[in-house]
Design a protein around this ligand. Structure first.
Ligand SMILES: [Zn+2]
Length: 581
């Protein structure tokens, strides 16, 4: 090639442009095609070319996205059309104009903390209420004191999670306060011959229903049904002896719809409800309580997973009996997050048994855990809105969420150095005192700097630093390294606990063209002992730079070349939680 430098520059430009449009990671594969497209004469030298490309791509990828952007913006501003703000919009709600006010709801059972699996129901329901100038209702569905037993602490954690997600609740209801209302409508349904008290054993009932046959109770006249109903309320039956059923078409193709159970008895002496104790023994099941409430609370649009489709079919019978119109229902597909741990029962059990440190254990997909790790609610919201209300299943990965989060944090987070598993680096022959100013944010110098004075100790010009053990691994005598934003050194010797190197020069330009490793450093004496709790709950010990002492809990920063972290505690030690690269 007539000019290898020119070629290298061409590749470097292509790699930087590729990196900034791919979340900071240039793809070597994409480069080859690009370069060959522009320089056809290189086709015979593909092998050699890919070596150069790999080296350049590695160099480019060792920079942070913000640094890459800064270089591109400086050298090739014409390539960076101002990114069009392409906000994804939600598709309009069906029949929105039919209603004076749009009302949506989110209705969790407070039997566990919320996790990412609820994000879609919460954020879509809330977002629609906001864009339609409507109302967003939070309804606690806590009517199972036995199996899916609610717990007082979770009512509060749900409220806290919604607040964190930026969802303003306009009205809040708790179903365990509303039992008299459910009783009133049940009585109406029974009196109208549209519901009945079934005394059959469950297996008998199942057999009859599968055969599309009515059970004997179904034919009992309403007056006697009402007596049975009052007997239920008065404690005349024990658990399992009677259940109220809503009549449906016995020919309905789905046996699970036929004469669905609406209320049952729970021995609240044995299983007291955390809010109302043993005040009630007749408890509504999901379809009765949710179905009545959706109408009574004026819900116009129900936005929920398609696993609820059959519930709509069930509830529509009840709506017909009461002369009501069923709300608009949008059933979206399942949103799977690969690798996210979202089983409620396993979360509760794991916390109870101590397998997790709490509901905010970094291994969990709970909002509390995401919050602790520095995943922003904005990132979750953006991801959910982008997916929208599609009815097909969508599978996302943690990396998808991180990518949304990275874009937000990259623009906002302050940068600091962190040296995991510190090893001493002695640099000899540093010719003078160096005042270094490291920007808190590479694109926004106005945000300030961390300033360190690197002063040689004695005649020999010795300066001691901490660097990370991992960064020492590829080092060997004669190898050049650049201490990020400081100076270039050449390694002289290395042991397990220390590296000695010699000062070479200050300018980055001197080493940019050879594939030189950039490493972060902390001057000896400016170290702040730190712990980073990793996503697998392991702890990485190391030194952060002393400027981190002024950070406040909840700040999210980037430890350069290590990852984004959320500061949890700043005391004798800094404790942080790792978000992602
Ligand atoms: Zn029966």
């Amino acid at each position: 090639m007539e000019n290898d430098n020119e070629l290298r520059e061409l590749i470097r430009k292509a790699a930087l442009l590729n990196a900034v449009s791919h979340d900071g990671k240039a793809q070597a594969g994409a480069m080859v095609g690009k370069v060959l497209g522009e320089k056809q004469e290189l086709r015979s030298r593909v092998k050699e070319l890919s070596g150069v490309i790999n080296a350049v791509v590695n160099e480019v990828n060792s920079l942070s996205l913000a640094e890459q952007k800064a270089i591109v913006e400086k050298n090739w501003p014409e390539t960076q059309k101002k990114e069009k703000v392409e906000e994804k919009r939600l598709s309009p709600l069906p029949n929105a104009d039919k209603y004076a006010q749009i009302v949506t709801r989110f209705s969790p059972n407070p039997d566990c903390v919320l996790h990412l699996g609820s994000a879609r129901a919460i954020l879509l329901s809330h977002e629609y209420a906001r864009i339609c100038n409507g109302k967003f209702i939070l309804r606690f569905e806590d009517t199972d004191p036995k199996i899916k037993r609610p717990s007082l602490k979770f009512y509060d954690s749900v409220r806290q999670d919604l607040k964190w997600l930026g969802c303003k609740v306009d009205e809040e209801y708790i179903q365990s306060d509303r039992l008299p209302i459910y009783y009133e409508y049940t009585e109406k349904l029974i009196a109208g011959g549209n519901a009945y008290v079934c005394e059959c054993a469950p297996e008998e009932f199942r057999e009859q229903t599968l055969a599309k046959q009515p059970c004997p109770c179904r034919e009992v006249p309403a007056a006697e049904q009402l007596e049975r109903w009052h007997r239920m309320l008065g404690g005349g039956y024990t658990e399992g002896q009677a259940v109220v059923r809503v009549k449906t078409d016995l020919e309905n193709p789905n046996p699970a719809v036929r004469d669905w159970p609406a209320l049952r008895i729970i021995d609240t002496k044995k299983y007291p409800h955390p809010r109302v104790g043993s005040k009630y023994i007749v408890w509504p099941l999901y379809n009765l309580a949710a179905g009545l409430d959706d109408h009574l609370m004026g819900i116009t649009h129900i936005i929920r997973g398609k696993e609820h489709y059959t519930n709509m079919v069930r509830q529509k019978y009840m709506y017909d009996y009461l002369g009501w119109t069923y709300p608009e229902a949008i059933h979206y597909g399942r949103l799977k997050i690969t690798g996210a741990f979202l089983s409620k029962s396993k979360i509760i059990q794991g916390v109870k048994e101590g397998a997790y440190t709490g509901y905010d254990d970094p291994r969990l997909g709970t909002f509390a855990a995401l919050r602790k790790r520095g995943i922003t609610p904005e990132a979750i919201k953006k991801m959910i809105i982008d997916v929208g209300t599609k009815s097909n299943d969508v599978t996302l990965s943690w990396e998808n969420l991180f990518s949304y989060n990275r874009k937000i944090l990259d623009a906002s987070s302050e940068r600091y150095f962190f040296v995991p598993q510190h090893v001493e680096l002695r640099v000899l022959q540093v010719p003078k005192t160096v005042q270094t100013k490291l920007p808190l944010h590479p694109e926004n110098p106005e945000r300030g700097f961390r300033e360190y004075t690197i002063a040689p100790e004695d005649e020999g010009g010795v300066v001691s630093f901490w660097i990370s053990k991992k960064d020492t691994e590829p080092l060997e005598p004669e190898k050049m390294v650049r201490l990020m934003e400081l100076f270039n050194v050449k390694v002289e010797s290395k042991t397990d606990s220390a590296v000695t190197a010699k000062f070479v020069s200050e300018s980055y330009e001197d080493v940019r063209k050879i594939k030189v490793q950039l490493i972060q450093w902390i001057p000896k004496g400016a170290e702040f002992p730190s712990q980073v709790v990793m996503p697998d709950a392991s702890v990485t010990e190391g030194f952060a730079e002393s400027d981190c002492k002024k950070l406040k809990p909840d700040a999210i920063i980037q430890f350069e070349r290590f990852g984004f972290v959320r500061i949890d505690e700043v005391n004798q030690k800094l404790i942080a939680y790792y978000a992602h690269k």
